[in-house]
Design a protein around this ligand. Structure first.
Ligand SMILES: [Zn+2]
Length: 396
């Protein structure tokens, strides 16, 4: 994120502000031009859209006043109380020259001395507690990115339909390939593409320093209610422990497979986990909706889902070796293509098998009249036809 002081310079960097004007250059009445500040506190020009006169803002993407607002948004997004806008503003008023990186998250890298000058002792302790919590807790990927307050990248952004984990996004950012990423996932708005690119320092600092415990988006959310004491394999678990156990399944890439969401909402509820009958509301709802399951059964279901039992089908061919520097997205796409090719090949094999089988039957009928075939379906399914002469294998 570079420091930009004029709209002209900003327009050299991106087309996202093509329909913006400076206060002086805009068509607002002179009366308002005299009232509106021409420059931001950071020293850069104030701009607004022309001719609609909306989105009044500072033209500097690295404006420290904006950073203060974003820090406030970030802190409140994660539910911290008591550290408000005034405290955030105070950090940047006093310390904006000491930021190591042009990111609002640089506030978390400031020295205790610097923060001490900006904050009251109470605010300082609170801020350090927030910093400690952020660095030691686990956060889900899309929540973490949405909390950066990048315009148009909320938790429901199309970005998260394609990018499921921190390492993938990090690769695109570090390789300066967010434009390619946007092309791939269909983010076409020039402004959104620019905001994502401009947030590179935020994304890197978030993942590397402020919030190192970001986990990939779980593949499956399961709405459950848990009632009474539960145990798996003879070991008793508290509700929180049981949820942690169920959420511990990972796929080969380390992506969390399940996220358990506790709910009593009957339209969402998928399972009521109960090891024994009880008088609880949850148990009664589970009984009425026929959604009761024991913790042991539920755990086994997740385990089977995580490691599907071998169903005698040969596994799809492994994807060709990964190219150095290849992104996870393209690996996933290539794997999907390999799977598709495999499905086509398998369908052809099945068709070929059917054709041969019908031919064999016709041949038999010709030789034996209409007598019953000598070999059974099982023989075919086993891949081996015990016809006359040597056995031969039917490709499967
Ligand atoms: Zn500014």
């Amino acid at each position: 994120m570079q420091v930009i002081k004029t709209l002209e310079d900003l327009k050299h960097v991106t087309h996202a502000y093509d329909d913006f004007e400076t206060i002086e250059g805009s068509s607002i009445p002179q009366y308002y031009k005299d009232i509106f500040p021409k420059t931001c506190t950071c020293g850069a020009e104030m701009i607004l859209t022309e001719p609609k006169h909306t989105q009044l803002q500072c033209c500097n993407p690295a404006c420290w006043v904006k950073m203060a607002h974003r820090l406030n948004y970030f802190i409140s997004y994660h539910g911290f109380k008591g550290f408000g806008e005034q405290a955030c503003y105070s950090i940047f008023v006093n310390c904006h020259n000491e930021l190591q990186y042009a990111s609002f998250l640089g506030a978390f890298l400031l020295s205790r001395d610097a923060l001490n000058r900006a904050l009251t002792p109470y605010q300082l302790e609170l801020f350090l507690e927030i910093k400690e919590t952020l660095s030691t807790h686990t956060y889900h990927f899309c929540d973490a990115i949405a909390s950066l307050g990048i315009p148009n990248i909320g938790s429901r952004s199309v970005l998260f339909d394609y990018v499921k984990g921190p390492s993938v996004l990090m690769n695109y950012v570090l390789d300066n390939k967010t434009e390619e990423l946007c092309d791939m996932i269909g983010i076409n708005a020039v402004s959104t593409r620019y905001y994502l690119k401009a947030a590179a320092a935020d994304i890197v600092l978030l993942m590397s320093d402020v919030m190192p415990g970001i986990t990939a988006t779980p593949k499956g959310e399961i709405f459950v209610a848990i009632t009474g004491k539960v145990s798996v394999g003879g070991v008793a678990y508290t509700r929180a422990e049981f949820i942690a156990l169920c959420e511990s399944f990972r796929d080969a890439e380390g992506t969390q497979l399940y996220k358990l969401i506790e709910t009593k909402a009957q339209d969402k509820l998928q399972y009521v986990i109960a090891d024994a009958p009880s008088d609880s509301d949850k148990y009664r709802i589970g009984l009425r909706l026929n959604k009761l399951i024991t913790a042991e059964e539920f755990y086994k279901m997740l385990k089977d889902g995580a490691n599907p039992p071998d169903d005698n089908n040969p596994p799809p061919p492994p994807p060709p070796g990964c190219q150095p520097g290849e992104s996870l997205i393209s690996i996933q796409r290539r794997e999907a293509e390999a799977q598709k090719a495999y499905d086509v090949q398998r369908r052809r094999q099945i068709e070929e098998y059917e054709r041969r089988r019908q031919e064999e039957e016709k041949k038999k009928r010709r030789q034996n009249g209409n007598s019953v075939a000598e070999f059974s379906d099982d023989d075919y399914n086993a891949g081996c036809v015990k016809g006359r002469g040597k056995p031969h294998f039917v490709p499967m």
